[in-house]
Design a protein around this ligand. Structure first.
Ligand code: MLT
Length: 411
């Protein structure tokens, strides 16, 4: 008899974006002629920057020559990439992060989901509501929560409601927690945490011996100067924070897969004897056991964005999507809808018209406008009454989607 991990059965039937994909497929099968525009999952549509393509082609050639062929790479990632990340994303911004504190991976989703493995099951977690489902679901799978309650919250989790009233900024809990998930620029609300608020979080974490798991996958989309790109811009963060970054949204790598985690060397957690254990060592142990590194070709592609041409091309890509964000925001405003985000993030978080439940709004847009978005309720109970649109579509589809939405909702 093989018993299952019962924690999996605490979770609702399917992962949010799988449920959406299922509904689209059903609709498309019943309506084969419908031209569906997908602004649901945050998946990019524009080609990779030319510098990445050239670097990857060159790496393919290297793999085809016995003199330059490479087998397994270092589990932590190639030094050539870690050095460039440390330089461009941290040192050049006056932030102290060294290459040996960076761990290259096949993307932030895996990192955000896997990181909880190095922490004890007795830790109390705090997460925003609404939230990127990966943080919560992976903790449920691990058994760090109780059952799903009638209010849509899991027992044993400290939820941090993010609503229009608090400007979608999670408030510091008035109880002790051990692990805090923060995401800025935020998925799904598109809002950001200011430097002064982030400093309050760092102070709370240090006072509570807690760890902040800081997801900065959308950092490249920040346009305003006073928004921190990295939690390590805040004094004291090296003692209490792990940071996640990604090439997916920065350089169009959603299908190519590359991300990284930063774990400062002084960051520790307690073992059962109360001793301080460096988290970096635990993560290295985890990665060397369960991961054989990101493909060499992909790491060469990622490295290529750290050059003058590379930075220009990446900015071009980000600007393209941010122009879409403006088109969506302006379009929603034109029809009197309230929308947030889209200024420092590629997500627009809108209030559904007439307080319509978000899955009802999803079905309405799919059926009547053939446009797909993401229902806010899928990100947590506080997401009810909201709907997320992504700016990652291509330009003509984004314009057409807004025309269709305007037509449907103005009637
Ligand atoms: C989303 O739509 O929220 C994104 O696809 C998240 C992700 O990158 O996994």
């Amino acid at each position: 008899m093989a018993y299952i991990n019962d924690n999996y059965q605490k979770l609702p039937g399917s992962y949010l974006f799988s449920e959406i994909a299922k509904r689209i497929k059903t609709y498309q099968t019943q309506n084969p002629a419908a031209k569906i525009i997908r602004l649901g999952i945050g998946d990019v549509t524009q080609p990779l920057p030319k510098v990445c393509i050239d670097a990857m082609k060159h790496a393919v050639d290297e793999m085809g020559d016995v003199k330059t062929f490479r087998g397994y790479g270092p589990e932590q990632g190639y030094e050539f990439l870690r050095e460039k990340i440390a330089d461009y994303n941290y040192k050049q911004r006056g932030i102290n992060v060294e290459a040996d504190e960076i761990f290259i991976s096949d993307g932030s989703k895996c990192d955000c989901g896997n990181i909880q493995e190095i922490f004890g099951l007795n830790n109390k977690i705090a997460i925003a509501d609404p939230v990127y489902p990966v943080y919560l679901d992976t903790n449920v799978m691990a058994g760090r929560t109780g059952d799903l309650q009638a209010d849509g919250h899991f027992e044993g989790v400290v939820y941090l409601p993010c609503t229009a009233e608090n400007n979608f900024a999670p408030a510091i809990p008035n109880e002790h927690v051990d692990m805090i998930y923060l995401c800025s620029p935020n998925n799904p609300t598109g809002t950001t945490i200011s430097k002064s608020d982030l400093k309050r979080w760092v102070d709370y974490a240090k006072a509570n011996d807690a760890i902040i798991l800081y997801d900065a996958a959308y950092a490249a989309y920040i346009t305003e100067d006073d928004v921190p790109r990295s939690i390590y811009e805040v004094e004291g963060a090296r003692d209490c924070a792990i940071e996640f970054r990604s090439f997916s949204k920065t350089a169009g790598f959603t299908g190519t897969r590359c991300g990284y985690v930063v774990i400062p060397r002084e960051l520790t957690g307690k073992n059962k004897n109360g001793d301080d254990v460096p988290l970096k060592n635990l993560w290295l142990r985890r990665q060397t056991t369960k991961f054989n590194g990101t493909a060499y070709i992909v790491q060469r592609g990622a490295e290529a964005i750290y050059s003058e041409d590379g930075q220009n091309q990446v900015h071009g890509l980000v600007n393209y999507y941010m122009e879409n964000a403006k088109i969506i925001r302006d379009g929603l405003k034109d029809i009197g809808l309230t929308a947030y985000g889209g200024v420092n993030a590629p997500y627009i978080w809108l209030q559904t018209p007439k307080d319509m439940p978000s899955w009802t709004f999803f079905d309405k847009l799919l059926n009547e406008a053939n446009v797909v978005g993401t229902p806010g309720a899928g990100f947590g109970p506080c997401g009810e009454g909201y709907f997320r649109l992504t700016a990652f579509g291509d330009r003509s589809n984004t314009i057409e989607a807004m025309e269709r939405i305007k037509m449907q909702l103005q009637l």
